[in-house]
Design a protein around this ligand. Structure first.
Ligand SMILES: Cc1cc2nc3c(=O)[nH]c(=O)nc-3n(C[C@H](O)[C@H](O)[C@H](O)COP(=O)(O)O)c2cc1C
Length: 167
């Protein structure tokens, strides 16, 4: 058995996917020479509680592909509602520009981590990678995690949800 060809075009697929709200993360790692790499990622999600597993996917066209294909570890930082500019910064430009003016520290797992208050962060050992379509799916086993009470940044329909929280 195989799937029938899609009954919709790519813009319709994107519009339908855009009705699903996600959080926004920045995934960081380090190259072999120690320099940091990082990009904005909204494909993050949970997979398993025991063992603690998370998933995210990276475009095959990414300039970070070689680093993430080789690295064992990365950090997933969940952005707070006030970190939209940071999300935009890590979605464009060179990696040097992205990290310019951004405080960095080293996570216990040895990987570059943003040294700033985020909503949460997950330090992961990469457990598996799958080639799927135009993306690579990464499943990470969480070695350390922490969170703050910051409200999360929310993304849907190609934009950030900046509606003030009414609670
Ligand atoms: C809100 C948002 C979510 C994104 N989510 C993803 C994602 O899940 N996977 C991905 O590969 N790119 C995602 N992108 C796009 C990358 O951040 C963007 O293409 C970036 O320039 C990739 O950089 P690189 O290819 O140099 O690593 C997202 C961008 C934004 C603004």
């Amino acid at each position: 058995m195989s799937a029938t060809s899609p009954s919709f075009d790519s813009p319709e697929f994107r519009r339908a996917l855009g009705r699903f709200a996600t959080g926004v993360t920045i995934v960081t790692s380090s190259k072999a020479d120690g320099s940091p790499v990082g990009l904005t990622v909204s494909s993050f999600n949970s997979v398993s509680l025991d063992p603690p597993l998370v998933v995210w996917s990276l475009s095959r066209g990414s300039s970070s592909l070689a680093t993430f294909e080789r690295c064992d570890r990365y950090v997933i930082q969940v952005l707070g509602a006030d970190q939209m500019l940071l999300a935009n910064k890590f979605a464009r430009g060179s990696h040097a520009e992205r990290f310019n003016g951004v405080p960095l520290t080293q996570a216990p797992n040895g990987t570059a981590r943003l040294d700033m208050r985020c909503a949460a962060w997950f330090e992961c050992f990469n457990r598996s990678r799958y080639d799927e379509g135009d993306h690579i799916v990464f499943v990470g086993q969480v070695e350390h995690c922490a969170h703050t009470e910051a409200l999360p940044l929310v993304y849907h329909a190609g934009g950030y949800d900046l509606t003030p929280n009414m609670s």
